[in-house]
Write a protein that binds this ligand. Structure first.
Ligand SMILES: [Zn+2]
Length: 180
């Protein structure tokens, strides 16, 4: 198999992860596997993530550049995966702090987008929660973690094709370019 091959999660399972049996079968229209030996069922549910729209007082959008694959070097918006047990609003604050060293506040939910994120040879299915948020003190902003650079860009200068992730591109188009 090529190292660039990306598979659906169900294609990566050959054995039951609980009892080791090869007697596993697709379940619930390929959204799960079921083991015929021990009855174990595992669902490939969408992972929750947040996308954060931050604009400064001039209406410019806070845009980041991705430091790592997938989509290394492409534009992105702040955000990332919601951890198990974490609220989306807390994930938003944590991710913005990790990536840009600033405190996000006043999250305002906008809409969701379904996405597929290629990672480690499999498609991670995500449900992206798009929020608008404010930032308390922009003077301490700096790129960190999985962000190599940041910039505030006037919406009319943004090119959707410069964004790596489908859902982020759609969020930018829907929220910023169509409605500003
Ligand atoms: Zn089993």
């Amino acid at each position: 198999m090529s190292k660039n091959t990306v598979l659906e999660p169900i294609e990566l399972f050959s054995f039951c992860p609980r009892c080791g049996s090869k007697e596993i079968e697709p379940h619930e229209e390929n959204t799960a596997i079921k083991c015929k030996s021990c009855g174990f069922i595992y669902f490939f549910n969408a992972s929750g993530s947040v996308i954060v729209i931050v604009q400064n007082d001039n209406g410019e959008l806070l845009v980041t550049k991705r430091a790592y694959e997938p989509f290394k070097g492409k534009l992105d918006l702040p955000g990332g995966f919601i951890m198990p047990g974490e609220r989306a609003e807390d994930a938003l604050v944590r991710e913005v702090k990790e990536e840009l060293n600033v405190e996000a506040c006043d999250p305002e939910f906008c809409f969701t987008l379904a996405n597929k994120y290629p990672y480690s040879g499999l498609f991670v299915h995500t449900i992206d929660l798009v929020f608008k948020a404010k930032v308390r003190d922009l003077s301490v902003i700096k790129a960190a973690d999985d962000v190599s650079e940041y910039a505030f860009i006037k919406p009319e200068l943004l090119k959707p094709e410069d964004f790596g992730m489908d859902s982020v591109r759609k969020a930018v188009v829907d929220l910023i370019l169509n409605k500003s």
